[in-house]
Design a binder for this molecule. Structure first.
Ligand code: GLU
Length: 510
């Protein structure tokens, strides 16, 4: 049989910002598509108008762009299988619901919300824990299976409110092979007569999802585990619509769990534990509530993707750092686990640190410059690049370079109290003065010369490192710890170092 072209879709509902679990689903779809030379589609599932949130679709498009997932077909880029917004596909669905009715796999139901409630109450008092509209209860309800044909027709002609439900068969096993979970078998006695078509003329998620996957020629449905219970219904719809041979392969991804492994990671966990759960910032247009995103917190999309890729997948080796191309190369659904994947915020930071360190000072400088400008600091490019090169080992984010190394751009305005208290002895001013004079006599002011000078100074004076270095450091940087003083001093330059020592000698009082 000819191999089917790989076509996958990410199909979010625009009900709010994209949770990072959603971004992971998108990423796995994207990686799978690109690995197999296939297409990655973005389909907006907006059939539930009551849950529509304005701005959410744009948010999704922007977030995928930030994560560098190129969309092959979708509302924002077009394509041959559009429209890619389900609300714009509205006229396409009805015929399939009608087809199911004609072939006896679906029926009209006219029950009012009150009648549905009554049925549920009745079942509950008869001891049924979660009452459903199903093969048992449907016979007592108002639908085209119980009402005479003329009455059904009359109600339809009168445009009476109704839905179309699937007629779930009794006691049949629905089986399908999930790429990640293996064979899944569910007995239809556990499934209800789901609504396929709503009274507002819109299909429900289930019908629209299957129809669109078919019409868009989707080969693999890769989505979150929460959709696994819906999969048997979808499999039946493929059969009932006569599309068996076009049924996509299903792959249900494991949940993303809280850091302690207890339950699914939610937005509230992020708020509570202080990490973002969204890729980018989001402001709820209705409430004005703000949620922070990884992008604005200073994370690199490469680091974010790399972290997400590992939430459920592993390459089978010890290699952890993967560029997007390497992820595409290595990704396979065979190596996606079934067990929930614990989110680890420290690991996320670690990934960011690794991506920061991989960059040269020249690459980091343009990232630091706007942050400097924000606080009114300026310096030339090569100097900023040198600072970045020196400081990147101590940083997780570019902003850390400013936080830890502000002294590179302005003289200290205060001196670390703890260091002064512990290390600034009565003899320190004299020692530092002598050191200053020795440094002042150096012809070349590079790290090696400064280091050698410092060593000679200690030897000649018979002093220990601890008697000189903390005083020197605090005078020049204001801090008690940091990068190598030889490097710092060399970067600042002789004049600046001597100037700072002079100020410190005048300012620091015990
Ligand atoms: N619209 C569904 C969602 O919001 C899509 C589920 C699927 O991929 O089938 O997750």
């Amino acid at each position: 049989m000819e191999q089917r072209r790989v076509r996958v879709r990410f199909a979010p509902s625009p009900t709010g910002p994209l949770h990072m679990g959603g971004v992971r689903t998108a990423l796995y779809n994207y990686l799978f598509a690109k690995k197999h030379g296939g297409d990655f589609l973005l389909r907006i599932e907006d059939t539930d108008q009551s849950r529509y949130v304005s701005g959410a679709e744009q948010y999704i498009v922007d977030a995928l762009a930030w994560c560098q997932m190129g969309i092959d077909e979708g509302a924002s880029v077009g394509g041959e299988n559009g429209p890619y917004r389900q609300s714009e596909r509205k006229p396409m669905y009805k015929q399939y619901a009608d087809q199911l009715i004609e072939s006896g796999y679906a029926y009209y139901a006219f029950d009012t919300p009150e009648e549905l409630n009554e049925m549920r109450e009745r079942m509950k008092s008869a001891g049924v824990a979660s009452p459903q509209y199903n093969a048992v209860t449907r016979s007592g309800m108002k639908n085209s299976l119980t009402l005479p044909a003329e009455e059904v027709q009359k109600r339809l002609n009168a445009n009476e409110k109704h839905v179309i439900r699937i007629k779930m068969p009794r006691n049949e096993d629905v089986k399908f092979e999930d790429v990640i979970r293996g064979w899944v078998s569910v007995n239809t006695n556990n499934l209800d007569d789901k609504v396929l078509f709503k009274s507002d003329g819109m299909p429900t998620y289930h019908l629209a999802n299957v129809v669109d996957d078919y019409l868009m020629n989707i080969s693999h449905v890769i989505r979150g585990e929460e959709w696994l219970p819906s999969a048997p219904l979808h499999v039946l719809l493929y059969q009932y619509l006569g599309w068996d041979t076009h049924m996509p392969k299903f792959a249900h991804l494991p949940l993303i769990l809280r850091p302690d492994g207890n339950g699914k990671l939610s937005k509230r966990d992020g708020d509570r534990l202080g990490f973002p759960v969204f890729p980018t910032n989001w402001t709820n247009p209705e409430t004005g509530e703000k949620s922070s995103g990884y992008r604005e917190r200073g994370y690199y999309p490469e680091a974010f993707n790399n972290m997400l890729a590992f939430l459920g997948w592993n390459p089978g080796t010890t290699k952890e750092l993967f560029t997007m191309d390497e992820l595409i190369e290595s990704f396979s659904l065979d190596r996606v686990g079934r067990a929930g994947a614990k989110f680890d915020f420290d690991k996320t930071n670690w990934f960011n640190q690794q991506y920061l360190r991989k960059q040269s000072g020249e690459e980091l400088a343009p990232q630091l410059k706007p942050l400097l400008a924000e606080v009114g600091l300026v310096a030339d490019d090569s100097y900023v690049a040198n600072v970045c090169e020196l400081m990147k080992e101590r940083a997780t984010f570019v902003k850390d370079i400013l936080k830890e190394g502000r002294y590179f751009f302005e003289a200290p305005t205060s001196y670390d109290e703890k260091t002064i208290k512990k290390k600034w002895k009565e003899s320190t001013p004299e020692i530092i003065t002598e050191l200053r004079d020795l440094l002042g006599s150096l012809n070349s002011f590079d790290p090696e010369s400064i280091g050698a000078c410092f060593k000679i100074f200690l030897e000649e004076k018979g002093l220990g490192f601890g008697a000189v270095m903390p005083g020197f450091r605090v005078s020049v940087t204001g801090l008690g710890a940091g990068a190598s003083m030889n490097e710092i001093a060399a970067l600042l330059g002789k004049d600046e170092v001597l100037k700072r020592i002079n100020i410190a000698l005048k300012t620091i009082k015990k």
